[in-house]
Write a protein that binds this ligand. Sequence first.
Ligand code: PEP
Length: 259
Amino acid sequence: MARTPLVAGNWKMHGSRASNRALLDALLRGIAGQPAVECAVCVPFPYLGDTAEQLRGSAIAWGAQNVSEHARGAYTGEVSASMLKEFGCSYVVVGHSERRQLFGESDSQVAGKFAAALEAGLTPILCVGETLAQRDAGQTEKVVARQLDEVLTKTGIEAFSRAVVAYEPVWAIGTGRTATPEQAQAVHAFARQRIFKGSRILYGGSVKPENAAAIFAMPDVDGGLIGGASLVAEDFLAIAREASKAKRPQLNGRAAAKG
Ligand code: PEP
């Protein structure tokens, strides 16, 4: 399994049916001829039907930004993994720092969501990352390890061969402040030695067309999870172009996992 770069847009709670259509039209026009990168958009739940209709059969995959850890039942307001699957989702973001911080999602709940996504045949994009206070206190690796280990304990290491990890330092999300390529590489390398070696590990946190090339050039960075810039077609396309140009070591996942 080669670590084909992935650039995934996290639209957060933005958009309308009309603006989404225009954005996706522009992405579809611009994405042709970039086979060396996978692109996906993670959209708000109500837009999954429209998105599926517009992107079906195209080179752009789609997904959601959250999922319930439960398969079904009396969980008012929740959305299950099988429901996402029914709308053609390939991906679902789990454990985004906004979910952890604003909605109190715990590591164990995130692990449940990760497992539920895999069970339904979705690829979870597991977000991990430290706050500024944790970085300043020298706790970055400890925090990332704790977030990964909760999932590893629940699902086992092999599950990560069917998942994507996104390192998103909380202090870089939506702030315009990006981790340096070296800071990103250090955490990506740390995460990779803990999980399935062939897993794709994305960087997220104020990635823009201007800083994407330097970040994607790092050997353990396999693309990006893009917030703000994913809402502007030309920016998202420019970031995808940078990912497609980046040189990736073509690891064989299974061989690497043993070694
Ligand atoms: C995100 O929301 O996952 C994100 C990385 O946002 P931004 O690119 O806006 O920092």
